[in-house]
Ligand binder design. Structure first.
Ligand code: TMP
Ligand code: MG
Length: 297
């Protein structure tokens, strides 16, 4: 088995041999990738988280903003709102990534965080036609290799479902601004509800936070229906909550879960390596997913 693994990582997908890659079960990963290769691009779909998965965690040592933080840093919200959102972030983000707490303990706190943040944002009377400028002026950055990633999926007509607990309107602006909002891209996220003057007055539909993506997948079964004939799923995430994003695909055969371990690396390595098939540390690029996609397509 090791000899075959050697062949895969030396000649076929050399990116898997990088020291930043951790894999719990090489044999399983190899089998999934070979099955996906055999079935080809027509059987594949990609389901990805957005913030800190398709976007960078940091660049030149400085943290990059999430979709919420793009709004937070923009001129669209007041100083008072900025202070309150910063307080929420410093209270709840440590909880989100705390490896000593269970998901059950975190759930009500995440609902609290998102509800408070959205209430604050709604009070700011944000206008739809001002979002593009906020994104243009932000430090948001997609991961290195994003152009190859989006282009490969478009070229092979592979559906990409972006499943995000961020702000959908901002997310769409980020991918549009980078020229990669192709027709094969679908988004499930928290969308703003604008009144007839184009002012945000609420958020639409069921709230999506980091740890209820499974319910989100079940509620959005229409989005998943068109994907049911693609049994192979490449899943990308940066949170343990992202692991359930493919649960809406009822006839999945091969699911390969890739996790970016961005923060609190030492504390969380064990949990990540035992939950994701492939774990990427200190990697701000999409090189590994791109190499796997190239091999499959
Ligand atoms: P994701 O599902 O696209 O990764 O988006 C969720 C991230 O958004 C999550 O990691 C926490 C982050 N977040 C903020 O940065 N600020 C906020 O106000 C809220 C509610 C979430
Ligand atoms: Mg994320």
């Amino acid at each position: 088995a090791l000899a075959i693994w050697h062949q895969l990582t030396k000649y076929e997908i050399s990116e898997l041999a990088k020291p930043t890659v951790s894999i719990r079960e090489r044999g399983r990963v190899e089998e999934i990738i070979r099955n996906m290769h055999r079935a080809g691009p027509g059987a594949l779909q990609v389901i990805s988280d957005f913030d800190m998965t398709l976007t960078r965690f940091a660049h030149n040592g400085v943290r990059c903003p999430t979709t919420h933080n793009i709004l937070h840093n923009s001129t669209l919200i007041s100083e008072d709102c900025k202070t309150k959102m910063a307080n929420l972030l410093s209270t709840y983000y440590p909880i989100e990534i705390d490896d000593s707490m269970s998901v059950e303990e975190k759930l009500p706190l995440m609902v609290e965080w998102w509800t408070c943040a959205h209430d604050l944002l709604v009070k700011q009377k944000i206008k739809k036609d001002e979002l593009a400028q906020a994104v243009r002026e932000s430090d948001a950055m997609l991961r290195e290799g994003y152009d190859v990633f989006f282009h490969t999926l478009k070229q092979h007509l592979i559906p990409l479902l972006i499943f995000s607990a961020g702000v959908g309107d901002i997310l769409e602006e980020v991918i549009r601004h980078n020229g990669v909002f192709h027709p094969n891209v679908r988004v499930i996220s928290n969308y703003m509800d604008f009144d007839e003057r184009g002012v945000c007055q609420a958020f639409k539909g069921q709230l999506i936070h980091t740890f209820n993506k499974r319910e989100g997948a079940m509620l959005n079964h229409d989005q998943f229906r068109e994907l049911q004939d693609r049994p192979n799923v490449l899943l990308l995430g940066d949170s343990l909550g992202d692991l359930t994003m493919a649960d809406g695909v009822t006839n999945a055969q091969n699911v390969l879960r890739i996790g970016y371990l961005n923060d609190k690396v030492e504390d969380r390595r064990e949990a990540y390596v035992s939950s994701f098939d492939i774990v990427l540390e200190k990697d701000e690029s999409l090189d590994v997913p791109n190499a796997i996609l190239t091999y499959i397509t």
